[in-house]
Write a protein that binds this ligand. Structure first.
Ligand SMILES: [Zn+2]
Length: 165
């Protein structure tokens, strides 16, 4: 449950300053399978997830200082009925929100795929994505200065970049 996850995040960020923190809020998926996607209970679960993201932001603000970190909020899939995993647009459409340090204001142009999330995170960390990955860094969501910093870090690492868009 999000309450347990968020308590763990708060506890962890009291002492740790990770370069990367992955937080998974499972309530929307659980509610979708139990009661149905877009049901009242699903909406409640999404509101809980939204509140959990707000808690993560508060903890990150305390740990790193407001504006000193980048946050990606996304989902690995949507759903319809009580299931997901098909090619139905309701299963395949996900939110992809990036916010904070280095992020350029406004909507992202073009399509973002779920595989782009990991590639974007590696790019932000100055680490090239493996050439076999199909995802690409969503560089256009970031300021020119942030793009230069990420590209320079990757170039300095000596690794061959898989490319970004
Ligand atoms: Zn599921």
């Amino acid at each position: 449950m999000a309450t347990r996850t968020i308590a763990d995040v708060q506890q962890y960020l009291r002492y740790a300053r990770p370069n990367l923190l992955f937080v998974h809020i499972g309530e929307p998926d659980y509610a979708g399978h139990s009661v149905g996607w877009m049901s009242f209970v699903y909406g409640w679960a999404v509101r809980r997830a939204d509140g959990a993201v707000a808690s993560v932001i508060r903890s990150a603000d305390q740990a790193f200082g407001a504006g000193n970190y980048t946050l990606v909020v996304t989902a690995d899939h949507g759903g319809h009925g009580r299931d997901h995993g098909s090619r139905d647009a309701r299963d395949m459409t996900i939110p992809w929100i990036v916010w904070g340090r280095g992020v350029q204001e406004g909507a992202i142009s073009g399509e973002v795929k779920t595989m782009d999330t990991a590639a974007t995170v590696l790019w932000l960390l100055g680490t090239p994505a493996p050439a076999s990955w199909t995802g690409h860094a969503v560089a256009g969501a970031f300021t020119h200065a942030a793009q230069l910093a990420a590209d320079s870090a990757i170039a300095a690492s000596g690794w061959k970049a898989a490319g970004s868009r």
